[in-house]
Design a protein around this ligand. Structure first.
Ligand code: TYM
Length: 333
């Protein structure tokens, strides 16, 4: 809470082209909070460098992610949209919270275990303390709700533990946030291996549908999606591929699983896959068109970055000063 207003915070890494997993699990839902909450949506570039990035790509994707936020309906007049490295308080609070986070807690993070096995040649300390920076992002704004996909739930729970631990020593410092995870779309799976999450860092391009894929590519990728040897479009255990496609179809059409089963009764997987591709392409077309316009205006994006950073920094400094004072750091003006 900031005064009387409830706060919403979330972030996306500019570490790759964004997928329909990022869209359905997170970004698409962000705009639904804009009326009832004060919302901060951050492009978390500092998180992205926990794995090696090519500087030119990171720079380009930072602009692209901001443009995509806006193309997905986030009005910069109603939401604070900014880039993490432009607000130094994130890194400052992160150091402090590192001293209130236990080694054992960080060791249990499944994302750390996954990423450290995937990047075995670069298991750096940033990869390990990543959830502390994420907790700082959230706690700096006295956040009430954090809309995320299910893969980030463990990190938000750790953030809650850190906030509660700090509040025990220094009462009333942080609001303890709640993760908000969508019922439908919380974990969109890979099209190539539907037992795995769809991830922007997957090397298999057929596993991923990007928000910016063109219509033909989207339809082709869904056509190739791995399914089972059954033929009925039915949501059932063991049918991971079809369950995933039904989830995507449901997210884009608003139909529930029974309705989808009825719609495709007597039809084969081929017809269904084509329909999933078409509704996805139809839903993404306006986002893509708006994105192109926004990205063409680099100066406009930079002006937004500046405005967003100034606004975020104002709130972030308030929490950071409060924390520093409580800890016993001498304040000079
Ligand atoms: P990131 O960049 O990996 O993903 C951004 C958001 O997309 C969701 N997501 C998915 N949802 C459903 N199905 C999928 N296949 C899928 N893949 C990704 C993620 O859950 C996330 O909500 N650590 C975060 C970024 C972050 C953050 C924060 C989030 C940094 N600080 C503070 C919230 C609050 C991350 O790596 O997300």
């Amino acid at each position: 809470m900031l005064g009387e207003q409830k706060i919403c915070f979330s972030g996306v890494q500019p570490s790759g082209n964004l997928t329909i997993g990022n869209y359905l699990g997170a970004i698409r839902n962000f705009a639904t909070f804009s009326e009832a909450y004060k919302c901060f949506y951050c492009v978390v570039d500092q998180h992205a460098i926990t794995v090696r990035q090519t500087p030119a790509d990171l720079r380009r994707r930072t602009y692209e992610t901001l443009a995509l936020y806006m193309a997905c309906g986030l009005d910069p007049e109603k939401n604070t949209l900014y880039v993490q490295s432009h607000v130094p308080a994130h890194a400052e609070l992160s150091w402090i919270l590192n001293c209130y986070t236990m080694f054992g807690e960080l060791s249990r993070m499944t994302q750390f275990k996954d990423k450290s096995s995937k990047h075995a040649d670069n298991v750096n300390a940033g990869l390990f303390t990543y959830p502390v920076l994420m907790a700082s992002d959230i706690l700096l704004y006295q956040t009430d709700v954090v809309p995320v996909g299910i893969d980030q739930k463990q990190h938000v729970e750790l953030c809650r533990n850190i906030a509660e631990r700090f509040n025990q020593v220094f009462p009333d410092t942080f609001t303890v946030p709640e993760p908000i995870i969508p019922q439908n779309g919380k974990k969109i799976m890979s099209l190539a291996d539907p037992t795995k999450k769809m991830s922007k860092s997957d090397e298999n391009q057929n596993a991923i549908v990007y928000i910016l894929d063109d219509r033909d590519t989207i339809i082709r990728k869904f056509r190739r999606a791995v399914t089972d040897s059954d033929t009925a479009v039915r949501f059932a255990e063991g049918k991971d591929g079809i369950n995933n496609l039904m989830t995507i179809y449901s997210c884009f059409t608003g139909k529930n699983m029974d309705e989808i089963e009825r719609e495709f009764a007597g039809k084969g997987y081929g017809d269904f896959k084509l329909a999933v591709g078409e509704v996805t392409a139809d839903a993404l077309a306006p986002v893509q068109a708006r994105y192109k316009e926004l990205l063409a205006d680099k100066a406009g994006l930079e002006a937004q970055m500046k405005r967003g950073a100034e606004e975020a920094a104002y709130y972030a400094r308030k929490t950071l000063s409060k924390v520093q004072k409580k800890l016993g750091f001498v304040q000079i003006r």
